[in-house]
Design a protein around this ligand. Structure first.
Ligand SMILES: NC(=O)c1ccc[n+]([C@@H]2O[C@H](COP(=O)([O-])OP(=O)(O)OC[C@H]3O[C@@H](n4cnc5c(N)ncnc54)[C@H](OP(=O)(O)O)[C@@H]3O)[C@@H](O)[C@H]2O)c1
Length: 428
């Protein structure tokens, strides 16, 4: 029987969940693999805080070196959260040859290279299944199962809070502020929801997913980001009339010309699989040259799915290293510099409030047409007019630069632009 010592950094929602699961699974691991997993130290900030009964108080410490500098501890489970000091301590552990398991998308996305360099320097493994998609094994699928694929497109719903908000806005006709208050009361949205509703959380996760899927690092700074707070009930109703639902999507493509990546609210055709992803669920829809279209769907967050994914990583890394198998760095790093695509093609949804005067529609149509933009559908629901005439236009796919230029060229005395959203391509 081999004893494997584990150190936990943090004992909040996730850290205590990992401690609980490890306690529950220790017997099975012992019997199946003749390995005794033992938590040796748990780093916290406040020793006086009440902890669940399954956390042994004698293991708690406020001294990080009890985890990071203990030569017996070979496995570090990082459950602190935030960028610093998490990223620094994970690098320190990896450089010291300790295998690290984390759910921290922010530290991972912002310090991708440093963490992978530290992992190589220390010949230690970095596992992060729980950082994206909670219970969905998307990291393992990208890393292992789809090895033989050249993935060129990835579109995902990877923020449960915004998907929950948009689902209720769509299904119950509620406004953003009302649903947000409700979600906060239910604990489904943070008191400060900025990171979710402004797309930051999805941006970190997209950086991780695309870096793995495309075998190229996609830095956070290269991802264009737009939140969902400007999506109005009017847009949701118009989208429905046109045969779409509005979702906050994280999208990345990798072609011979380069990479493109953005997080933004988009119209998704009602027959697209992502359109049926409701509530706090997550899904990743991708295309590979061998596997074709594929969607992975599941619970994206919550302490049980997250702690469960971390526990699976921990068991995997213990099994790999206990038998002295070569350690596997769970990200294929490639420094090849890939340019970002400078323009993209997309269909657009444009909602305008126009002067109720003759010639306005002709002016809008002329501006679009002079920028090579074709109109696919037009809605003018007079009965819902808020001020002047409401005009909603769905364009054919066009250069995004041209669409922005056409909108800039609208005569501001005649039309006010209320909202502009991208439209996810429907062809599968
Ligand atoms: N909660 C979820 O559903 C979920 C889902 C997916 C991913 N995650 C990720 O999981 C990680 C942990 O989240 P959580 O919800 O468990 O957070 P949490 O409940 O706030 O727990 C954080 C823990 O870290 C400790 N800690 C923080 N800073 C520290 C410092 N400087 N020194 C020592 N200890 C420190 C805290 O100590 P004290 O207890 O003494 O304050 C606490 O035990 C984050 O990266 C988060 O993004 C969470």
């Amino acid at each position: 029987m081999k004893t494997m010592y584990i150190g936990l950094l943090g004992c909040g929602n996730i850290g205590s969940g990992v401690a609980k699961l490890l306690g529950e699974m220790a017997g099975t691991i012992r019997e199946s693999y003749q390995i005794e997993p033992v938590i040796k130290s748990i780093l916290v900030r406040d020793l006086t805080k009440q902890r669940p009964e399954y956390v042994d108080p004698s293991l708690l410490t406020v001294d990080k070196d009890k985890v990071l500098r203990d030569p017996e501890i070979k496995y570090v489970v990082e459950c602190l959260g935030g960028e610093h000091p998490s990223a620094d301590w994970m690098c320190e552990a990896l450089r010291a040859g300790k295998h690290v398991v984390t759910a921290n998308k922010m530290a991972l996305a912002l310090h991708w290279r440093e963490l992978h360099e530290a992992s190589e320097a220390g010949h230690a493994t970095l596992y992060y299944e729980a950082a994206v998609g909670g219970a969905m094994p998307i990291i393992k699928i990208l890393h292992d199962s789809l090895q033989a694929n050249r993935i060129d497109r990835l579109t995902a719903i990877i923020n449960g809070t915004t998907n929950y908000l948009l689902t209720r806005m769509t299904d119950e006709g509620l406004d953003y502020q009302d649903v947000l208050k409700d979600a906060q009361a239910l604990g489904l949205a943070e008191p400060d929801p900025t990171a979710d509703v402004e797309g930051e959380d999805a941006m970190y996760k997209l950086s991780i997913l695309a870096s793995l899927a495309f075998h190229r690092h996609l830095p956070v700074s290269a991802i264009e980001r737009e939140g969902m707070t400007h999506v109005a009930q009017e847009d949701i109703r118009n989208a429905h009339e046109l045969g779409y639902r509005i979702k906050l999507l994280a999208h990345a493509t990798h072609t011979e010309e380069g990479m493109d990546a953005y997080v933004s609210p988009m119209l998704v055709p009602e027959n697209h699989p992502l359109s049926s992803v409701k509530g706090a669920f997550n899904a990743v829809f991708l295309h590979g040259h061998a596997c074709g279209d594929m969607m992975i769907y599941g619970r994206g967050a919550g302490s049980a799915p997250t702690a469960g994914a971390m526990m699976s990583d921990l068991i995997n890394v213990i099994l790999e290293t206990a038998n002295d198998h070569a350690s596997q760095v769970q990200a294929r790093e490639n420094d090849g510099c890939v340019p970002m695509i400078s323009d993209r093609t997309s269909a657009f949804y444009i909602r305008l409030s126009a002067q109720d005067a003759t010639g306005v529609l002709a002016h809008v149509a002329a501006s679009l047409s002079s920028h090579q933009i074709g109109v696919k559908a037009l809605l003018q629901p007079v009965e819902r007019a808020l001020e002047g005439a409401q005009i909603t236009i769905l364009t054919h796919p066009a250069s995004e630069k041209n669409v922005r230029a056409a909108i800039d060229a609208f005569d501001k005395r005649l039309v006010k632009v209320m909202n502009v959203l991208r439209v996810e391509a429907g062809e599968l």
